[in-house]
Design a protein around this ligand. Structure first.
Ligand code: P6P
Length: 339
């Protein structure tokens, strides 16, 4: 039997569980097609004049790459006319992008990191797009972009869908609409995503951790303790040898964990304490936490479940510890013990 397409998967999810209303189905397919276009743009590399700096900074004060700006534009243009969205928010834009009045407004909000892992773009390392779908509150004030920010400030438990595209040796779409996680592989010859795995389950235990070790001197005591115990290996308190990976593209590190287990940490550290952390809640931590929990893993800040956080700002940053449940619970327990 031919592999189901993304469209067929969404229709059958709707048919059997009613969890994918037709408008959400179309919204997800539009996002997926935008990710396909981003994949094509990335694939051109130096042949497409898409590498290097854009000459501008984003709201985070980070220098934008040409592909950051292009990916953001692709997602905005693909999603604003369909009638499924009321507004969009992006890592690359200070304020939400309201659907222009010339188009019908829909009942969803879309947040995204259009191209995560930008520091890897020019060195041909895997990067990705992260997205999250929320319902737009019925009483949302969408009169101005400034006013619209409030509509997005919902906890991660309110997400109706989340996913990422991973632009690696193959282009993958990993998606959850609240009934487990499915993985789709881009069939470039036919320009469509085909189902290649469903009911993804993250192993409860692992021997692999992902963290930027160069920040070690800035970590809090519970993370110092946990990492030193892993480095102690078989002779240490955890009684096993661990391996380490750090791609510095969250999508790549999380995908490895979705595929074979592991624990990913970008914890609080003294360098980023005043900002609240390194990774952004609304379009990095929340969608990844949703996916990880849907796959049987866990996701906390070290002190609380990420999906329970009540956002205060569109670009809020949080510490992130996610992956194999046993390890996340262990290091979270160290934080609680320290408290
Ligand atoms: P560092 C990429 O810029 C990113 O936001 C995540 O994708 C990634 O996990 C992290 O930052 C890498 O941070 O400090 O190791 O460069």
């Amino acid at each position: 039997m031919a592999r189901p397409t993304l469209s067929r998967y969404l229709v059958e999810e709707h048919r059997c569980a009613g969890c994918v209303p037709a408008d959400l189905n179309f919204l997800i397919k539009i996002v997926a097609r935008a990710c396909l276009h981003i994949s094509v743009a990335i694939g051109k590399g130096g042949l497409g004049d898409v590498l290097g700096e854009a000459g501008s900074d984003n709201v985070q004060g980070e220098a934008q790459k040409k592909l950051d700006v292009l990916s953001n534009e692709i997602l905005l243009e693909a999603n604003e006319w369909g009638g499924y969205l009321a507004a969009m928010a992006s890592e690359e834009m200070e304020l939400p992008h309201l659907v222009p009045n010339r188009f019908p407004k829909g009942k969803y909000l879309l947040t995204f990191d259009p191209l995560d892992g930008s520091s890897n773009i020019d060195v041909n390392v895997s990067i990705g797009t992260i997205f999250s779908v929320l319902k737009c509150p019925d009483n949302a004030d969408l009169s101005t972009p400034e006013a619209a920010r409030q509509a997005f400030l919902q906890p991660g438990t309110a997400q109706v869908a989340a996913g990422y595209a991973l632009y690696g040796p193959t282009t993958l779409l990993v998606l959850s609409v609240g009934r487990g996680v499915a993985m789709f592989t881009l069939d470039r010859e036919h320009g469509q995503f085909l189902l290649t795995q469903e009911n993804v389950q993250i192993p409860v235990q692992t021997k692999e951790f992902a963290i930027n070790m160069s920040n070690q001197r800035f970590w809090e005591a519970p993370v110092q303790r946990y990492v030193s115990e892993m480095l102690a290996g078989k002779e240490g308190p955890l009684g096993k040898d661990y391996n380490m990976r750090w791609v510095a593209s969250m999508v790549s590190d999380v995908h490895r964990i979705m595929t074979r287990g592991g624990i990913f940490m970008y914890p609080m550290d003294e360098k980023v304490r005043t900002q609240g952390g390194k990774l952004r809640l609304m379009y990095e931590a929340n969608p990844m936490a949703f996916l990880v929990e849907q796959a049987g893993g866990a996701a906390t800040t070290g002190r609380q479940r990420i999906l329970d956080i009540a956002p205060q700002d569109l670009h809020q940053r949080v510490p992130v510890i996610l992956g194999s449940r046993e390890e996340v619970e262990r290091v979270t327990g160290y934080h609680q013990g320290a408290a």
